[in-house]
Design a binder for this molecule. Sequence first.
Ligand code: ADP
Ligand code: MG
Length: 249
Amino acid sequence: MLKIENVTVKSEDKVILENFHLEIQPGEIHALMGQNGAGKSTIAKVLLRDSHYDVQGMISFHNKDLLAMNTTDVAREGMFLVMQNPIEIAGVSNAELLRTALNDRGKNTGNILEFHRELTEYCKRLELPTSFVHRDVNFNMSGGEKKKNELLHLWMLKPNFLILDEIDSGLDVDSLKLVARSLVEYYEAYHPSILVITHQKTLLDILKPQFVHVLKDKHIIKSGDFSLAEQIFQDGFGASTMRNGETNE
Ligand code: ADP
Ligand code: MG
């Protein structure tokens, strides 16, 4: 479903990623880990076609050339990014944005009562006040509310590929658990692919990615199963990410 082959990413002549490979099949959960500044958010933004980056190599999504698409095309194909710092859109309410997006995807929201009933129901499940239906997208919301608001969009739009970039940042312990459980519920209902970027053990313990990758020196230097994440939480990135035969000396 997503195939990234030999990708190099530059911004203003600075090489951020080089020789980057990653393949994610339908229904797989992958975790991407790595130290601050390793390039994790960059790959997320590249996939959503952020125009700040110069990208070389091959990326296909649903067997289509992702690098030939713009952000709208990628979103229509079902990719959904929860950003580390979700942007605020003053003057556009959740209801307006979601109706427009659903109509654009050919989903009929002609029955306004039904649309509002669904949106209100998801607010309740996310423990958000139902007034959020008419709040401007992320505008003046706290860090935690923004993340839950993004999940409100997730449930309404039902994307098939999620990228969660430090969705845990800004969340207190209870909100983090609620968000993680909501994600598991979504996964069980729709079986999307998920690329989760995080440093948080709680989130990974609940999401249980089948694949874990470590990003270092501009590319993925090590991949493994969930035990690699456990090893990193125990020993840090140093010891856990040495290639075979390498020593600490
Ligand atoms: P991470 O999410 O792993 O902490 P980022 O992907 O945000 O790391 O950043 C990786 C590196 O690329 C950093 O050194 C950052 O300063 C740089 N970088 C990211 N985006 C840009 C950009 N648009 N222009 C210039 N440098 C960038
Ligand atoms: Mg980041």
